[in-house]
Design a binder for this molecule. Structure first.
Ligand code: NAP
Length: 280
């Protein structure tokens, strides 16, 4: 069994981005810029935003955090997005989700210029992904593909099973595995025989969000298991969907939680921001 070390792969990619950022500065006289918009004071969102700002600093990007009060109106938020769309030193715009309930997330995401949509959530970029002409990939699925690539795992011709069909993980990772010539099955709550389908997988991606979900009886010996879940167990400890101790010995490769998919997400945001600046 090979442990797919997301922490070290992520560090390696950040070093590459840092080098590219220096080259970008040398040729353009400025650095890639990311604007992060956060509304309200959700503690988890504040930690995510802080980590994104620190990651930008680490690779040499400019980052500006726009922290708006929970009372911000839809019109005020849209006006900020419009202003950021126009700013030449902002190459990427990220609106931290979830937004407070009174705000319309869909309208806000639609307002971001697709050329600055470094989260890859704008329907234009989602469409580009589906038709096989991707520009900005959503960060978590992009991170999974990078983990596979850098671990020498090629989905081509493999049975790939994705459990979960959210817009941010399940659907886009299914599209990416298909684009990489995998034969893809997606399971969800209404799937009748998820256990059996999971057992047919050469590459099994669990994006369910439930501790202890994926057990040894759902895994074919030799499969690659990617655990996207970020959950708390009974003791409040961070864990994935996968019952790691019993599943890992069966696999040919597996991502741990923490230290697997998690570290890749912000790194791919950096990669998208660099891409946005280079394309501009
Ligand atoms: P989500 O929107 O809640 O989606 C969960 C999916 O799992 C749904 O499609 C649901 O099916 C499916 N599901 C739930 N129970 C199931 C069951 N018993 N059998 C089969 N399918 C089942 O979650 P998400 O946003 O995709 O996130 C999933 C997990 O990944 C969470 O733990 C989240 O914290 C984590 N995550 C991690 C990262 C990272 O950077 N590592 C990034 C994003 C998310 P239905 O559609 O039928 O309801």
């Amino acid at each position: 069994m090979k442990l797919i070390d997301g922490k070290s792969i992520s560090a390696e990619i950040r070093r590459e981005i840092r080098t590219e950022c220096e080259a970008f500065r040398a040729s353009h006289g400025y650095v890639p810029g990311l604007a992060v918009v956060i509304v309200g004071d959700d503690p988890a969102s504040q930690i995510y935003v802080r980590n994104k700002r620190l990651a930008c600093e680490e690779v040499g990007f400019q980052s500006v955090v726009h922290a708006l009060p929970a009372s911000t109106t839809q019109a005020e938020l849209l006006a900020l997005i419009d202003a950021l769309n126009e700013k030449p030193d902002v190459h990427g715009i990220l609106v931290q989700l979830p937004l407070p309930k009174h705000l319309d997330e869909t309208e806000v995401l639609l307002r971001i210029n697709p050329k600055k949509d470094v989260d890859g959530f704008h329907p234009y970029n989602v469409g580009q992904l589906i038709i096989g002409n991707p520009t900005f990939l959503p960060c978590t699925p992009a991170g999974i593909m990078e983990l596979l690539k850098r671990s020498g795992i090629d989905p081509s011709g493999k049975n790939c099973v994705v459990i979960g069909r959210s817009n941010i993980v399940g659907k886009p990772i299914a599209a990416l595995l298909l684009a990489a010539n995998g034969t893809v099955t997606v399971c969800h709550r209404k799937t009748k025989n998820t256990e059996e389908i999971a057992r047919s997988a050469d590459i099994l991606v669990s994006a369910v969000g439930r501790a202890h979900f994926l057990t040894a009886d759902m895994v074919k010996p030799g499969a690659v298991v990617i655990d996207v879940g970020m959950n708390r167990d009974e003791n409040g400890k961070l864990c994935g969907d996968v019952e790691f101790d019993e599943v890992a010995p069966l696999t040919s490769a597996i991502t741990p939680v923490p230290g697997g998919v998690g570290p890749m997400t912000i790194t791919m945001l950096l990669a998208n921001t660099l891409k946005a600046a280079l394309r501009e």
